[in-house]
Design a binder for this molecule. Structure first.
Ligand code: PMV
Length: 362
């Protein structure tokens, strides 16, 4: 299907997708060109942390401007989010010709609190990209094979927020040319060659500070440009993705946890040695990280953590150790944080009950 082909009939409709957040084990930090990554990254696709998005579309009226007409987040108008989405849609006009002819009304809801350490841009932009791809198909009256549809959505999601391109795939996703396999820079692909032990991965997100991050990830990526360690970082990250691919295949859960901790710390190390150093971890973040290491030693269970560009710590564990981990979280970590969001590996995006006519993809 040629995306620039004129639509046959411009009708109204509504599409709806629910899409999860993800947490990178090997991190994407540093970009080039049109939101392309400087290194490959590999992430866990979450289950409980989802954005549910409904997009209604209609031909623009004679006096209306095309594009975003209204945006509600959790039922309320949010100017900051609306501006970001407007900007995103504007940038997609060459790829999605229909954006010049329709008005969109978007409603978005998260199953997790905003700015709480769960990457809401990943779930939101992946859900929005899926909705846009589906609208295009409804307007064209033609549909892509499922794999191509998701690949295209992953590409579009990437342009909204790099990490969002990974949320399209479960249980794990790999984004970036890692020098082996079919993996490329402009969209993610599922990574499915995993030992069954990893299917029981849990991510308990310890919210140390739910406030807005003092350093946005856009600024963080930008600062990598002047970072004296950048070249070494990109090579190390690609090597770690290849290592992680082997670990996931062979079921080395202890190595997995070690690599996850090393990467979480490396991300913050990179911020400390950047041209404008920033300190995003809080004393409680460090206390949680130390306690995780202590608990792993004491109970001899594979336990780890990772941290994104913020103070909140994702505690990684396996289902089979749940009893020990649940007690540890309750007794030792809960007193150190605002709340703990219990999450785990999920199943990826789902088409939900919108009123569009296309379907059966979720
Ligand atoms: O997708 P962005 O531009 O918000 O960047 C995400 C960066 C990290 O969350 C820190 C790492 C990652 O790979 O998700």
């Amino acid at each position: 299907m040629n995306p620039s082909t004129e639509p046959k009939v411009l009708e109204e409709g509504r599409v709806s997708w629910s899409s999860p957040s993800n947490i990178a084990i090997v991190k994407y930090w540093g970009k080039r060109g049109e939101q392309l990554p400087q290194n490959a990254s590999l992430s866990l696709t979450l289950s409980a942390s989802q954005t549910q998005m409904r997009v209604s579309y209609a031909p623009k009226g004679p006096k209306e401007s095309p594009g975003l007409r209204s945006f509600l987040f959790q039922g309320l108008e949010k100017e900051r989010f609306k501006a970001r989405i407007q900007n995103y849609l504007h940038g997609l006009k060459d790829r999605l010709g229909f954006l010049d002819r329709v008005c969109l009304d978007i409603e978005s809801e998260n199953t997790f609190p905003h700015s709480c350490g769960v990457a809401s841009s990943a779930s939101a932009f992946s859900a929005l990209a899926l909705c846009l791809c589906e609208i295009q198909e409804e307007l064209m009256g033609a549909s892509l094979p499922r794999e191509d549809f998701f690949r295209k959505a992953s590409c579009l999601a990437r342009l909204g927020s790099g990490s969002a391109c990974r949320s399209l795939y479960a249980p794990l996703a790999l984004w970036g040319n890692v020098g082996q396999g079919p993996f490329v820079d402009d969209h993610a692909l599922p990574f499915r060659e995993i030992h069954p032990d990893f299917l029981g991965l849990r991510d308990d997100i310890c919210i140390v500070d739910g406030g807005v991050k003092p350093v946005s990830s856009s600024l963080g990526h930008e600062l990598m440009e002047g970072n004296p360690w950048a070249k070494i970082r990109y090579a190390t990250a690609n090597r770690r993705v290849r290592q992680l691919m082997d670990i996931l295949k062979s079921g080395e859960v202890w190595d997995f946890m070690e690599l996850a901790c090393a990467e979480g710390m490396a991300l913050h190390g990179l911020m400390w040695v950047s041209p404008r150093p920033s300190l995003l971890l809080k004393p409680a973040s460090l206390a949680i990280m130390e306690k995780v290491i202590e608990c792993r030693r004491r109970h001899k269970i594979p336990l780890g953590f990772t941290v994104d560009a913020g103070p909140n710590v994702h505690v990684l564990s396996l289902d089979r150790d749940r009893k020990t981990v649940a007690a540890f979280l309750k007794e030792e970590l809960a007193p150190l944080c605002e709340r703990i969001i219990e999450d785990r590996l999920g199943e990826g995006p789902r088409r939900t009950a919108g009123e569009g006519q296309g379907g059966g993809r979720g």
